[in-house]
Design a binder for this molecule. Structure first.
Ligand SMILES: [Fe+2]
Length: 153
């Protein structure tokens, strides 16, 4: 998704950029929600000191990503800093994904975590969140991001 944004950003109008950005934000929000509701507690249940540090780090990174997502959702897509916000978000996310893949997932593979059961719960919750109707707040945010920035005066 970040690649699509990067490819399209110079030629896309604010509506297309807004749509791409909101899709990124929604995906990241679903990712963080399912991990924090299901995956991290499952890891915490079979925790050792190394995993505790990793989960702490992952939670801090989720917080940073959520902060940037909120900022994007609160900024019109024709704002001069919009592309930079998406770029910084992409950098944060790439770092976070690398940490999860190289550290947490590799730790989990050798733990007594119920991988199959946890994976099934993650997939089910992700599907539920991805297909849920958009709430009023999300619709308002979408209008803000897609709408043109008001000119001063
Ligand atoms: Fe994550």
């Amino acid at each position: 998704m970040f690649c699509s944004y990067e490819r399209r950003r110079r030629h896309a109008d604010h509506l297309e950029k807004g749509k791409l950005a909101l899709r990124i934000c929604r995906t990241l929000t679903v990712h963080a929600t399912v991990e924090q509701e299901i995956f991290y507690p499952a890891v915490a249940a079979v925790l050792d000191a190394e995993a505790a540090d990793l989960l702490g780090q992952a939670n801090i990174e989720h917080g940073g990503i959520e902060g940037l997502v909120s900022k994007v959702e609160d900024t019109p897509a024709d704002d001069p800093l919009f592309d930079s916000m998406i770029e910084v978000l992409a950098t944060y996310v790439a770092r976070h994904v690398t940490m999860e893949e190289e550290k947490i997932f590799s730790w989990v593979r050798h733990s007594r975590l119920d991988l199959l059961g946890t994976g099934e719960r993650l997939v089910a919750r992700r599907l539920e969140l991805s297909t849920a109707r958009l709430g009023r707040q999300l619709v308002r945010q979408a209008r803000k991001v897609m709408g043109r920035k008001r000119s001063p005066g």
